[in-house]
Design a protein around this ligand. Structure first.
Ligand code: 5AD
Ligand code: SF4
Length: 451
C-alpha cells in the first residue's frame, strides 16, 4: 500500500452522469493499484480532471480550473495533474501546449492505462493515451460509488448517431454494450447491498444490444427491474427515433420502473431537426409523446433543447416555443448552440445566428419552460407523492431532499427519517424546480409502489 500524499488522488468530475460513473471506475482502477482517495485537491498528490467537451462553457470551466492548478503546481512541483475524459479525446496533445501544468491525458477508453501514466509522470515524463477501443466496456471493474442509496450502471458506451452539433461520437467513439450477464450481476449486488435507486446509463440506451443473450434494452430493463424489486429503476438517455413501443410497454408494466422519460427534442422545427441530422420530424416526435402518454398516463417527461443552431430562423424558434407549450415538459435542459470542432455542423454549416440572438432565444425558452414547470408543480399541491429521500436539504439539516418517481425534487421536514427512506409526502407548496411537502406519517414503505 502506498499511503504517502504523493499517492493520494482527487478527481474533479465535469459533465454528464456517464462521467460521474466513469470517475467511480477510475477510482476503482487506481485503488486496485494502491492509490488512495484524498479528501480534497489540497491534500492530493495527483489531481485528475474528468472532463466534458459537449459545450463551450463546459470546456471553459476546465480551462479556469487548470489555470488555478498551475499556481498550485508552482508551489508544489511534485503535484501531478491528469486531464481525462472527453476534452483530451477531442483536443488531444495540443492541450499540453496550452496548459503546461498537465502531466498526462487519457480518453474515455483508456482508463486502464492511468496507473502507468501516473508512474511515468512521477518519473518526470508526460504521456497521453487517446486510442479508441470499442471492446472496452470496463467489464469486471466494480466502480467505487459515492452514494449508498443511488447507483449509476453504464450499460452501453459511445454513440453511432451523427447529430450535426454533437461532439460525443468523436469523444466517446462507437457504441458498445455491456454484456447482459454483467449488468444483471451488478444489479443483483446493488440490490443485495440495499440500493434504493438504480439508473441505467448510456449515450443512447435504446441502442443497447447483447448479441449473445439476444437482449435489447426493453428486455434488459425488464430483467433489471425484476432483479431489484425494492429499488426504483431509471434510465437515460433515450433517442426519440429509437424509443420503441415495447420499451414504453415495459415501463408501463413494471411497477418499480419510474414513470419518467427524458427524451431530448433539440428543436421544435422539422427543418432544424433535418439540419441537425436527428433522423425524425417534429410530427414523429409528437406521435412518440402521444404513444407514451397513452400507455403511461401519469408519466413525466423532460427534454433537452438547443437555441440558435445554424440557420435557425425566428419561425423555427417559435416552433420550439410552441412545442414546449404543447407538450408541457416537467423540466428541460436548455442550451444555446456552440460550435464544436470536428462535428458535421462545424464542417458543413455556418454558425450564423448572432450570439445576442441565441441568448435572447434561449432566455425566451427558459422563461416559458420555467412558467410551465411552475404551473405543473402548483397543480401537484394537495396531492400525496411517494418520495425517496436522497440527502439533507441544502438549506437545513432538519430537512430532507428527495424525489418523486417522476423525478420532481421535494423538500420536507425530516422528523426521524434518513436518506434512503421511502416516504409519503403531502405537497403543500411549489416553486418551478422544487415541491415543498409535509410527511404523511404512514412511515416508510416496504414495497416500492410508484407515486
Ligand atoms: N451546443 C449546445 N448544446 C449542445 N448539446 C450537445 N451539443 C451541443 C452544442 N454543440 C446539448 C444537447 C444534448 C445535451 C447533452 O447537450 O441538447 O442533448
Ligand atoms: Fe460531456 Fe458528452 Fe462527454 Fe458526457 S459524453 S462528458 S455530455 S461530451
Amino acid at each position: 500500500m502506498r499511503r504517502e500524499k504523493g499517492n493520494a488522488f482527487f478527481i474533479h468530475t465535469f459533465g454528464c452522469q456517464m462521467n460521474l460513473a466513469d470517475s467511480g471506475i477510475i477510482t476503482a482502477l487506481l485503488q486496485q493499484e494502491g492509490y488512495v482517495v484524498a479528501d480534497s485537491d489540497a491534500t492530493a498528490g495527483i489531481i485528475l480532471l474528468n472532463t466534458c467537451a459537449v459545450r463551450e462553457n463546459a470546456v471553459d470551466r476546465v480551462g479556469h480550473l487548470l489555470q488555478h492548478l498551475h499556481g498550485q503546481k508552482k508551489r508544489n512541483k511534485h503535484l501531478i495533474i491528469g486531464v481525462v475524459g472527453c476534452i483530451p479525446q477531442h483536443q488531444r496533445e495540443e492541450l499540453f501546449a496550452r496548459y503546461p501544468a498537465i502531466d498526462f491525458l487519457a480518453g474515455p477508453d483508456t482508463y486502464r492505462t492511468l496507473p502507468e501514466l501516473i508512474a511515468q509522470a512521477q518519473r518526470g515524463g508526460k504521456g497521453a493515451t487517446l486510442a479508441f477501443n470499442t471492446a472496452e466496456t470496463y467489464d469486471g471493474i466494480e466502480p467505487v460509488r459515492q452514494s449508498a442509496i443511488s447507483a449509476f450502471v453504464p450499460v452501453m458506451r459511445g454513440c453511432n448517431n451523427m447529430c450535426a452539433y454533437c461532439v460525443v461520437p468523436f469523444t466517446r467513439g462507437r457504441e458498445r454494450s455491456q454484456p447482459f450477464d454483467s449488468v444483471v450481476r451488478e444489479v443483483q449486488n446493488l440490490a443485495a447491498s440495499g440500493y434504493r435507486e438504480i439508473t441505467l446509463l448510456g449515450q443512447n440506451v435504446n441502442s443497447y444490444y447483447d448479441d449473445r443473450a439476444v437482449c435489447d434494452f426493453a428486455a434488459l430493463l425488464d430483467a433489471v427491474s425484476r432483479e431489484a424489486p425494492q429499488a426504483r429503476i431509471r434510465f437515460t438517455t433515450s433517442h426519440p427515433k429509437d424509443i420503441s413501443e415495447s420499451l414504453v410497454r415495459t415501463i408501463a408494466s413494471r411497477p418499480n420502473i419510474c414513470n419518467h422519460i427524458h427524451l431530448p427534442v433539440q428543436s421544435g422545427s422539422s427543418r432544424m431537426l433535418g439540419m441537425m441530422n436527428r433522423g425524425h420530424t417534429i410530427e414523429e416526435y409528437r406521435e412518440k409523446i402521444a404513444l407514451i402518454r397513452s400507455l403511461i398516463p401519469d408519466v413525466t417527461l423532460s427534454t433537452d433543447i438547443i437555441a440558435g443552431f445554424c440557420g435557425e430562423l425566428e419561425d423555427d424558434h417559435k416552433a420550439s416555443l410552441k412545442l414546449l407549450s404543447d407538450v408541457r415538459f416537467d423540466a428541460a435542459y436548455m442550451f444555446y448552440y456552440s460550435t464544436r470542432e470536428g462535428t458535421l455542423a462545424a464542417k458543413t454549416l455556418e454558425d450564423d445566428v448572432p450570439e445576442a440572438v441565441k441568448k435572447r432565444r434561449l432566455q425566451e425558452i427558459i422563461d416559458l419552460q420555467n412558467s410551465i414547470s411552475a404551473e405543473l408543480f402548483c397543480e401537484a399541491i394537495g396531492s400525496v407523492v411517494e418520495v425517496l429521500a436522497e440527502s439533507e436539504s441544502r438549506r437545513s439539516s432538519a430537512q430532507l431532499m428527495g424525489r418523486t418517481a417522476g423525478n420532481r425534487a421535494v423538500v420536507f421536514d425530516r422528523e426521524r427519517y434518513q436518506p434512503g427512506d421511502l416516504l409519503d409526502v403531502l405537497v403543500t407548496g411549489a416553486t418551478s424546480a422544487t415541491l415543498i411537502g409535509r410527511l404523511m406519517h404512514s412511515g416508510t414503505h416496504l414495497s416500492v409502489n410508484m407515486r
